[in-house]
Design a protein around this ligand. Structure first.
Ligand code: SAH
Length: 783
């Protein structure tokens, strides 16, 4: 047979490949072994540090591809550079006898680590080596150094470094043993997993070749490799994470494993020392011990059933301090918005039965992230243990030495019926309840005891049962439950989109379909359903089922949205602008000469005070100034700054203000009008006619690019669009064609300026609030 051995072209790689070639030829003289040099991406990129390129398998991919394509049969690499698992379709053969696995110091002048001068400079590109060196000699200065053995030796001289760290194996293979100053043993410096071992990679199904190579393996080295690489696989992480593992066979035949792990910045480092007979077990125990020492906490948090208000205080606190949130499909995205902007958010949700990520992978992810972060939150709908697989996650974390806590949540099984006006128990009607899943592990109707259910008077709640609703009800009837037993199916419970369908076990399947019940939904069976007429408090809100779009300026839920939701409406918000205060400087004398200040918005007030304070002044500088405020909201913010407005026009618009001001000022009065830059209003013009007015831009309402999904969404789905300023109207509807505008639902406008803008844009159906203010917009909708 002829076999082609692929290798990189570096000196060391060639020595290693030739070694394999030689050994094979000796063992199988009848075969032919040819070397083929393959250039990898890592060899071609010379100008950047490798950790900036970040691609995995940088020095092996081209070689592996050629094995997979049968261009070559064997790839030779250093095992310490290989990822924990081989590429699909490939395998590593059993390990051959390892070369000296230790790391060594090469010192330019000193004779040993301990005799190195204080603050000596040592070159290494490996965090594992750097962290361990620093542990021994915290005074050392570590500098990054890269390249092959020759390059590093040269750099040490050129850059006058005091020393460098290298692997003994490479130096010995290159015949450079004499440059070594000091060997570092396992207690001092734990080497990389499988250092000194060759990785011989072949196609996974090439059994004949595998057998030939395995004959040459060294059983002890192979066991050591299993322990060291087993640790690497267990502990996870990528090439940026410092991981070390050194396993030795002791004289009594047992194995000893020294392992270390540090996080990326070196702020957390842990070591483990294990002894035993089973290398795999040693790897597991070492990983577990290290995790126990440095893993952060995983909080399994119940997010509640949907309404974002239904999370516990503890749950919310956990979200707020989380470094990473791993979350399911939640009815309440608002909860994620509570997290720190830096917090890593990972969606692992489950859409019906299509799991985005298998549970096993979620478990591993939790462990991985706990190694990376202090506070990990696993956020789940409802309660974590009510069909939430929280138990499985807890067990897995415990097994892996990762601490966890549980913050229970309000389960949809109880809160869902409550929001539909159905108490889960009621004296005299139901003195207990069953919460059951309608799906078993295998996604079939679970083995439920329908006979006893049919007999009992207790409430039955089925989760995950919508798709088998009909079968469930048939089974209950077959089990002799009276066919007129009341049933409710509640979808999107506790959310604005909640919908409830009511029927009996005989007809609910049809009714739910007709009512358009969608997942997630739960089923409640029992006489308590009849109490809904008296106890419904949620779905009977005056705006329940209405759907509005609220374009807004700035982040955070707008007050208008809160008011709408309180009445049961579903609201989509879209941010179309943000408020940016101007940085102005005021002088005290200049302020003292002002007779009146006019504020027409809350932002005007807050922006003005920001500038006032940053000018080194405070409210006292306004001692002589009279203040006019348009709108109660504006007046209220002024009050927060300790100022009661002298005048608030009854009608909340500029024209009324100008009219009224005419009576109050004389033509020598100095009037400041604190406004938004580019604001569309005619107040200045009106006032100029009879007094000395100075309009000052204290803030700007800047356009922010908004979600084009909402932009392009069919606006028809909304019952109305609610505009609270002219600029929102222009930003949302600017550029719409007449026929597009025809499709537009009614627009609710906050006041005359906004209405004017809408009209100019060509909007036809406009209703304007009787007076500016969110409450007045609400009145309009509630009419
Ligand atoms: N741990 C969750 C339940 C997870 S099982 C809890 O305690 O609520 C998922 C099932 O819960 C869904 O199939 C559905 O039956 C039910 N469910 C969850 N949230 C719901 C909601 N807002 N409305 C209706 N059913 C819901």
């Amino acid at each position: 047979m002829k076999y082609i051995i692929g290798t990189r072209g570096s000196k060391l790689a060639l020595v290693q490949a030739k070694y394999v070639q030689k050994k094979m030829k000796e063992a199988y003289p009848e075969d032919e072994y040819e070397l083929k040099i393959i250039s990898t991406k890592g060899d071609q990129i010379q100008d950047r540090p490798l950790n900036q390129i970040g691609a995995k398998g940088l020095f092996v991919k081209e070689i592996e591809d050629q094995i997979l394509n049968d261009q070559i049969q064997i790839g030779v690499h250093s095992m310490k550079d290989m990822p924990a698992y081989p590429e699909e379709g490939l395998c590593f053969t059993r390990a051959w006898k390892r070369e000296d696995p230790r790391d060594v110091l090469i010192l330019r002048e000193a004779k040993s680590l301990s005799s190195l001068r204080e603050h000596a400079v040592i070159g290494t590109g490996s965090k594992r080596r750097a962290f361990q060196l620093m542990a021994m000699r915290p005074d050392l200065q570590i500098v990054d150094i890269r390249g092959n053995v020759d390059t590093r030796l040269r750099k040490m001289q050129e850059q006058k470094l005091d020393g460098i760290v290298l692997a003994a194996a490479g130096l010995k293979r290159l015949g450079l043993e004499e440059v070594i100053t000091q060997y570092l043993d396992d207690e001092e410096m734990i080497h990389a997993p499988a250092q000194g071992i060759l990785a011989i990679e072949i196609k996974a199904d090439h059994t004949e070749l595998e057998r030939k190579l395995d004959v040459l393996a060294d059983p002890d080295t192979n066991e050591e490799a299993i322990a060291e690489r087993g640790f690497l696989a267990e502990i996870g992480g990528d090439c940026h994470i410092p991981v070390g593992a050194a396993c030795r066979k002791a004289e009594d035949g047992s194995f000893e494993l020294h392992a270390m792990y540090g996080n990326e910045d070196g702020s957390r480092i842990a070591f483990s020392h294990q002894k035993g007979n089973n290398p795999k077990e040693l790897a597991k125990c070492a990983a577990k011990e290290i995790r126990r020492k440095i893993a952060g906490n995983v909080a399994l948090v119940g997010a509640g059933p949907g309404d974002p208000g239904l999370i516990t205080r503890k749950g919310l606190e956990a979200i707020q301090k989380a470094d990473c949130i791993i979350y399911d499909r939640l009815a309440a995205p608002e909860l994620l918005a509570e997290a720190d902007p830096e917090c890593e958010r990972i969606y692992v949700g489950k859409e019906n039965h299509h799991h985005t990520m298998p549970q096993e992978r979620i478990n591993e992810l939790l462990v991985e992230k706990a190694m990376q972060y202090e506070h990990v939150v696993r956020l789940k709908g409802g309660d974590v243990y009510v069909f939430g697989r929280g138990g499985e996650e807890g067990i897995f974390l415990k097994e892996h030495g990762v601490p966890f806590t549980v913050i229970p949540g309000i389960t949809s099984a109880i809160a869902g019926p409550a929001y539909a006006g159905i108490p889960i128990t009621h004296r005299g009607i139901s003195n207990g309840f069953h919460v059951v899943t309608a799906h078993s592990r295998k996604d079939e109707l679970s083995d439920l005891d329908f006979a006893s259910m049919a007999k009992s008077k207790e409430t039955k709640v089925f989760l995950m049962g919508l798709s088998v609703l009909k079968t469930l009800m048939d089974k209950l009837m077959e089990a002799k439950m009276p066919s007129d037993t009341p049933v409710a199916v509640i979808s999107n419970a506790t959310c604005c989109a909640q919908k409830t369908s009511i029927g009996t076990i005989a007809d609910i399947a049809d009714k739910a379909k007709k009512d358009g019940i969608v997942s997630p939904a739960l089923i409640v069976v029992g006489d308590v359903v009849n109490l809904r007429d008296e106890l419904d408090f949620f779905e009977n809100g005056p705006l329940f089922g209405k759907h509005y779009l609220v374009p807004k300026i700035g982040t955070g839920e707008s007050k208008l949205t809160r008011l709408l939701k309180k009445q049961g409406a579903v609201v989509d918000e879209v941010t179309v602008g943000e408020i940016v205060s101007k940085q102005l400087t005021f002088r005290k004398e200049e302020l003292q000469s002002v007779d009146w200040m006019i504020f027409t918005s809350r932002n005007g007030v807050t922006s003005f005070f920001e500038s006032l304070y940053s000018s080194g002044l405070d409210t006292r500088a306004l001692g002589n100034v009279k203040i006019a405020a348009v709108g109660n909201a504006t007046a209220k913010v002024l009050k927060d700054y300790g100022i009661c407005a002298d005048f608030i026009p009854l009608q909340h618009d500029g024209t009324s203000l100008a009219e009224a001001m005419k009576e109050k000022v004389c033509d020598t009065d100095r009037i400041w009008y604190l406004k938004a830059e580019n604001a569309r209003d005619h107040l200045s013009e009106l006032l100029e006619q009879f007094c000395h007015i100075r309009a000052i831009d204290v803030y700007e309402n800047m356009t922010v690019p908004f979600d084009t999904k909402i932009k392009q969404q069919t606006y028809r789905q909304y019952d109305a669009l609610l505009f609270t300023c002219a600029s929102s109207a222009e930003r949302v509807l600017g550029g719409w064609k007449t026929d597009q505008l025809k499709e537009l639902p009614e627009c609710i406008s906050i006041g005359p300026q906004c209405t004017k803008a809408l009209k100019e844009l060509g909007v036809k159906h406009i209703r304007q609030a009787s007076d500016a203010g969110y409450e007045n917009m609400m009145d309009l909708l509630l009419e």
